[in-house]
Design a protein around this ligand. Structure first.
Ligand code: ATP
Ligand code: MG
Length: 267
């Protein structure tokens, strides 16, 4: 057993395809092209990649990017173990050596000097330099890099450099068409298709409030939470209030507008 084997996904994750994303990812993976998953929060990016890793039988190593993340957090560092300094591979190096898919979540959160580590890995070189260790790691033939990013939160300071962006094949994730989203909500939460459809209807109204104070509308994830609360016995209105409206906004007027939408859709 190698170090990445513990990152294998043994059972098929539930993923409902919404377009040609499976075919695009498979084609990209065939040539080990890096992939960028773009889309709002809670729309299925992570679930999709779990599914693809299972389907392609590759281990999936995930790194959640954040602004304090250093290159060492990704590639590894020397640590003091009794008597000596020993090198410990970081998650990226682990994936590069072991032929895993490495998923860097919310890449724009990382600092530019951290992001550039992936450059030699994501062009024809497929190399990862470990400067501190004086080692150049050639990527395992099965290694592939996927990143995610939410274009909605992007600001001028937190955007990908052209030299990073242009290395990736991109797949756009939006919220699925209503019948498909209702199917996902029913399947993941356990509520019946009829109630799932009304939750989706409400979500669409909330998404129309985007830009009028709401940063994002209700995500598929939130609808699933609401469905689970309903299954646990809450009324549809109480469930939507707790799982969607209150987390979504602190603004009294927006809460009222959302409550009106709940009344219209969920009764
Ligand atoms: N197409 C889909 N098939 C199956 N489940 C889905 C699908 N889309 C969304 N989901 C459900 O929605 C939940 C949220 O999706 P996921 O965690 O993949 O979102 P995300 O896009 O990675 O969000 P974030 O950007 O916040 O990380 C999943 O746990 C899953 O239950
Ligand atoms: Mg995610």
């Amino acid at each position: 057993m190698t170090a990445v084997d513990s990152f294998r996904i043994e059972t098929e994750p539930y993923y409902r395809p919404v377009g040609d994303e499976v075919a695009v990812f498979e084609a990209a993976y065939q040539h080990r092209l890096p992939v960028m998953l773009k889309g709002p929060t809670g729309c299925g990016k992570t679930r999709f990649l779990e599914y693809m890793a299972w389907r392609l039988r590759r281990p999936l190593v995930t790194v959640a990017a954040h602004e304090d993340m250093t290159a060492a957090d990704m590639i590894g560092r020397f640590l003091l173990v009794p008597g000596e300094m020993a090198w410990h591979d970081g998650p990226l190096t682990l994936a590069v050596r072991g032929g895993a898919i490495c998923y860097v979540d919310e890449i724009v959160e990382a600092r530019q000097d951290t992001i550039v580590i992936i450059h030699p890995l994501t062009d024809a070189r497929r190399m990862l330099p470990l400067e501190k260790k004086n080692e150049l790691v050639a990527a395992h033939p099965d290694f592939q890099l996927t990143i995610s990013y939410n274009p909605g939160y992007q600001s001028a300071v937190k955007d990908l450099k052209e030299s990073t962006r242009q290395r990736f094949v991109a797949i756009d994730f939006g919220y699925p068409a209503p019948p498909v989203e209702a199917e996902i909500v029913a399947c993941e939460s356990g509520i019946d298709p009829g109630r799932a459809a009304t939750l989706v209807e409400f979500a669409q109204r909330s998404r129309n409030l985007r830009g009028q104070g709401l940063e994002e509308g209700a995500s598929t994830r939130m609808l699933i939470h609401a469905g689970r609360l309903m299954l646990a016995g809450l009324s549809p209105a109480a469930a939507a209030q707790a799982a969607i409206v209150l987390p979504l906004t602190d603004d009294a007027e927006l809460r009222e507008a959302l409550a009106a939408a709940i009344a219209a859709c969920l009764g």
